[in-house]
Design a protein around this ligand. Structure first.
Ligand code: IPM
Ligand code: MG
Length: 355
């Protein structure tokens, strides 16, 4: 029997509600499949841990995680701590330390879901947003000087490296190649950002030659937001920098019906390190503890994790179960216009898996 060892980090806010839901679903699908099993180990890292120990995870946290096949992650962020502390204490050290440079976020209007785009359904919005995940605007390079003085200065430097850009392009082209439409749109802001983003344009053109079977186009990030809203069907796979793709992926999730359903994969394609899987929604303190967080983002994330672990068939079955639940439309959380709880939606997905 194949065994997949999963590090589970629910972390903060509704992460603690949706990740246990995802674990239940993964256990259910493994039981039904019979050919593989999971070994889960849960880590209590996050903001509560910070208040007790002074750090978001232990100093040897990455070493501990390295032994796992994948990381199943909830969300970070707590009203009692500055966001940059929580983020740089847990999620970013994992993404950067494990060289998870290939972040991708599928967005689709699931059956039965009425997104905010009137009359649009599944076929009209079916995208993957590929996000460069280790450098760019999130490189952490910069500094502050003369704090509190009138001349105070802060610098936030975007770092773009040729190897960093080449590898994200190859990753994006590789994903686009597997899709029926095989279209990759490069998103930059190379009119205003004339160094790093121009490097993106150039490397995109170079790498495109290695993938003659993938159609390409280019768009500036401001213009692509209008295209996403007005002509969603003209897009397939998009590749963008760390910050641009961060913003576009929230828009994509909202256009597909709810921020509560979007999944994310943070991939180390070389598999030197474990990859990390998380819903995109964040800790959502406003609804924490109410039991109404949408678990579908986490369950869809579990589908991505199954694919990565080589359990693609099980992943397809799980995606089918999610779609069965949305199509029936009876068991949905409030963000999708329903009245169901996290546990009820999770039970419905497990029931939809059949035997
Ligand atoms: C995301 C989130 C994070 C990010 C936040 C929590 C810093 O918005 O995963 O999209 O910007 O990377
Ligand atoms: Mg984001």
């Amino acid at each position: 029997m194949r065994t997949h060892r999963i590090a589970v980090i629910p972390a903060d806010g509704i992460g603690k509600e949706v990740i246990p839901a995802g674990v239940r679903v993964l256990q259910a699908i493994a039981e039904r499949d019979g050919a593989f099993r999971f070994e889960f180990r849960t880590f209590p890292w996050g903001s509560d841990y910070y208040h007790e120990h002074g750090h978001m995870m232990p100093p040897d946290g990455l070493e501990t995680l390295r032994a796992f096949d994948a990381i199943f992650f909830g969300a970070v962020g707590h009203p009692s701590l500055p966001d940059h502390i929580t983020l740089w204490g847990l999620r970013l050290p994992i993404c950067q330390g494990f060289d998870q440079y290939g972040n991708y976020r599928p967005a689709r209007i699931l059956p039965g879901i009425a997104g905010p785009l009137r009359g649009r359904t599944g076929r009209d919005l079916d995208w993957i947003i590929v996000r460069e995940n280790t450098e760019g605007e999130y490189s952490g390079v910069g500094g502050r000087a003369h704090r509190g003085l009138p001349g105070e200065v802060a610098m936030e430097v975007s770092v773009f490296t040729r190897p960093g850009v080449e590898r994200i392009m190859r990753f994006a082209f590789g994903l686009a190649r597997k899709r029926p439409r095989r279209l990759l749109t490069l998103v930059t802001k190379s009119n205003a950002q004339r160094h790093g983003m121009v490097l993106w344009d150039e490397i995109f053109a170079e790498v495109a030659r290695e993938f003659p079977d993938v159609a390409t186009d280019r768009m500036l990030v401001d213009a692509v937001t209008t295209r996403m809203v007005l002509k969603p069907g003209t897009l397939d796979v998009l590749v963008a920098s760390n910050l641009h793709a961060d913003i576009l992926s929230d828009l994509a999730a909202a256009l597909s019906g709810s921020l509560g359903i979007g999944p994310t994969a943070n991939i180390n394609p070389e598999r030197t390190y474990p990859s990390m899987f998380e819903p995109i929604h964040g800790s959502a303190f406003d609804i924490m503890g109410k039991g109404i967080a949408n678990p579908l983002g986490t369950i869809w994330t579990a589908v991505l994790m199954l694919e990565h672990l080589g359990e693609g068939e099980a992943g397809e079955r799980l995606m089918g179960a999610i779609e069965k639940v949305t199509r029936a439309g009876k068991t949905l959380t409030p963000d999708l216009g329903g009245t169901a709880t996290t546990v009820e939606v999770t039970d419905a997905v497990i029931a939809a898996l059949g035997n």
